[in-house]
Design a protein around this ligand. Structure first.
Ligand code: ACO
Length: 430
């Protein structure tokens, strides 16, 4: 980190120099690490809206310009010209692979897709009506009980094996959670299929007949994975980093990430969005919901709209929208009521002053749910699919963090507004 400039902070007449770091792209960063020791003050930033918690070389977002890059490559180029496993390699290792490197990587991931056979019994312990995210949090956390040879975070080789296992097994775990919830037999992975096709196979095939994966659906699935692969220091990624900062094993850290992703303000938005579209039901009811979204006294929000970082447009949403058109065409779905509501809602919200003033645009989840619904996934599978895709992002950030010589346990401070020191009062005198 080259630092040539500094900022001066004056508190009660005393001045402190704060180094300014210049990033490759994005705003400058004020280094306040020594502030508490020197000035005895904390900084206050609930929700981390102005705080960089780490340095990273993986993903860059310019929210005003609607730019998202992985290792410098724009997401639209990756979505159009690359594919998910190549993007995984890029995120994990920093550069696009050669043909040999990619072949080798794909071979490793393909051969790690089965899970320990005993884990099948673990699934059977859940209620059939468990949300697949609940099952995934449990099963992924439980991987630490099955793969002891890849839990030592100080061993480079074990870290590598854990990375491959998580990326390879997450689709199997998500598909098994789904199969279990509908009472169908688990489908084993098939090594001749690519990553996305294999996931579709494990979700939709049954042992009783052959299942042929449609290449357009497989391409759309791959694109959904690619578009969700990483997104800088978002809530679930920061959760993984915070969990890992204590030295916790990778499976425990990724389970923490899955738990955080589940919330409707984050990965749960794709499920919430489609449920909202269905609840609206018909185009004539849209104005009522728009008014509710604008009412400060009503907690209702238009799901799939708005983003903490993107205040212009979500570049992933553009690609996802095109993909949605492709899939719906293929499935012959042009006029279903949910789609009509989605299109009209998008049109009305984009023209509305409230949404324009607050810079609220459809995010990636607005369109991904429509595609997944058309493919035949129930809404409860939307967030698990996001988790499958984001695993590589979590893992890449986790690896980067562990390789950082500055690694410290994450320990935010607080603005304490509670009672001052007081003496304990015996229960008879309260
Ligand atoms: N509908 C209606 N109003 C909204 C919406 C929305 N979807 N999103 C934000 N607003 C309003 C807020 O009420 C707030 O208004 P105010 O200034 O009058 O108080 C203003 O816009 C700013 O919103 P914040 O919540 O302060 O913005 P923040 O950056 O904290 O939140 C978030 C971003 C959580 C994504 C929010 O826009 C939201 O809840 N959206 C709906 C859920 C969603 O789609 N999440 C998916 C995110 S993308 C992803 O995880 C892949």
């Amino acid at each position: 980190m080259a630092e040539t400039r500094s900022a001066t902070l004056t508190i009660d007449g005393k001045s402190y120099e704060l180094p300014i770091h210049s990033p490759t792209a994005g705003p400058d960063v004020l280094d306040i690490r020594k502030l508490y020791a020197q000035a005895n003050v904390f900084t206050y930033d609930p929700g981390f809206t102005s705080t960089a918690a780490c340095d990273s070389t993986i993903t860059f977002i310019d929210g005003d310009e609607g730019i998202l890059t992985h290792r410098g490559y724009p997401i639209d180029q990756l979505a159009a010209e690359s594919h998910f496993l190549e993007v995984c390699y890029l995120l994990l290792y920093g550069d696009l692979p050669s043909k040999e490197e990619l072949d080798q990587f794909e071979g490793i991931i393909t051969r790690h897709t089965m899970i320990h056979e005993q884990m099948h019994y673990f699934f059977r312990g859940f209620r059939r009506d468990s949300h697949p995210m609940a099952t995934m949090v449990g099963v992924v956390g439980a991987m630490s009980a099955f793969y002891h040879d890849s839990t030592d975070v100080n061993d480079q080789k074990q870290r590598e094996i854990a990375s491959h296992r998580l990326i390879a097994k997450m689709p199997t775990i998500a598909a098994m959670a789904y199969k279990y919830s509908i009472g169908q037999p688990f489908m084993y992975p098939r090594n001749e299929l690519d990553y996305a096709s294999n996931f579709l196979h494990m979700c939709f095939a049954v042992p009783a007949e052959d299942y042929k994966v449609d290449p357009i659906l497989s391409r759309a699935m791959d694109r959904i994975f690619t578009l969700h692969a990483d997104h800088e220091q978002n809530a679930s990624t920061s959760t993984v980093r915070l969990a890992s900062s204590s030295g916790a094993n990778p499976f425990a850290c990724i389970a923490a990430g899955i738990a955080c992703l589940w919330g409707p303000a984050h990965g749960g938005a794709n499920q919430a969005c489609l449920e909202m579209l269905r609840e609206i039901g018909t185009v004539d009811r849209i104005p009522e919901y728009i008014e509710r979204a604008k009412d400060r006294n009503d907690p209702f929000r238009l799901m799939g709209f708005g983003h903490r970082v993107y205040k212009n447009f979500d570049p992933r949403a553009k690609v996802m929208k095109a993909s949605a058109d492709e899939v719906l065409d293929l499935m012959g779905i042009q006029n279903n009521p949910t789609l009509q509501v989605a299109k009209e809602l998008e049109r009305i919200a984009l023209e509305d002053d409230y949404f324009q003033d607050k810079k609220l645009y459809p995010n990636v989840d607005f369109y991904s749910g429509i595609i997944l619904d058309a493919m035949g996934f129930p809404t409860s599978m939307f967030t698990p699919i996001f988790a499958v895709a984001r695993t590589v992002g979590w893992i890449s950030q986790w690896k980067e963090q562990l390789a950082d010589p500055q690694l410290k346990i994450g320990r935010p401070r607080q603005l304490y507004l509670g009672d001052k020191l007081r003496d304990y009062v015996d229960i008879s005198r309260r």
